[in-house]
Design a protein around this ligand. Sequence first.
Ligand SMILES: CC(C)(COP(=O)(O)OP(=O)(O)OC[C@H]1O[C@@H](n2cnc3c(N)ncnc32)[C@H](O)[C@@H]1OP(=O)(O)O)[C@@H](O)C(=O)NCCC(=O)NCCS
Length: 146
Amino acid sequence: MRAMRWWDIPAVMSIEDELFGDEAWSEGMFWSELAERDTRRYLVEEEPVGRLCAYAGLCAYAPHEAYIQTIAVAPRVQRRGIGEALLVELLGEAKRRGCDHVDLEVRADNDPAMRLYERHGFAQIAVRRGYYQPSGTDAVVMRRVK
Ligand SMILES: CC(C)(COP(=O)(O)OP(=O)(O)OC[C@H]1O[C@@H](n2cnc3c(N)ncnc32)[C@H](O)[C@@H]1OP(=O)(O)O)[C@@H](O)C(=O)NCCC(=O)NCCS
């Protein structure tokens, strides 16, 4: 696991497009996130051959809120503990920065992700109707209090 750098963005985008299709972040969104050096922590995971296979990002405004901005694991390496390891690292980062809670949004139909978050102490606090576009899928807002 290491910090995401700007030159990772093409490899990140290929996983992003594969996983999220029409609702994928743009390359520009990753550039802006990486530019916000003080409040962001973005990580990537590589396979032994050096091929990028997962990434995740945190936005933290100490001493209060932090947000898990994204977590994505390439389908070929899912269910091997990589998503969980990235989440644990970002939760540790939020704690180190003194944030008293961590929020995230997840598609209401994304059971695997919700299960992962619940395992780490997140609970549903709100629903944003039609949040994900263009599909109109609801977002579940989840929070973990330290
Ligand atoms: C959700 C995601 C990040 C999980 O990462 P992962 O590396 O595949 O998951 P892990 O191996 O770390 O799994 C940890 C736990 O999460 C839950 N989980 C993960 N994938 C699951 C699945 N397909 N079905 C049910 N539970 C699942 C389980 O509780 C699992 O623990 P277990 O394997 O001991 O049962 C990954 O599947 C992914 O990138 N999905 C597509 C993108 C996405 O939905 N991102 C989240 C947006 S909010």
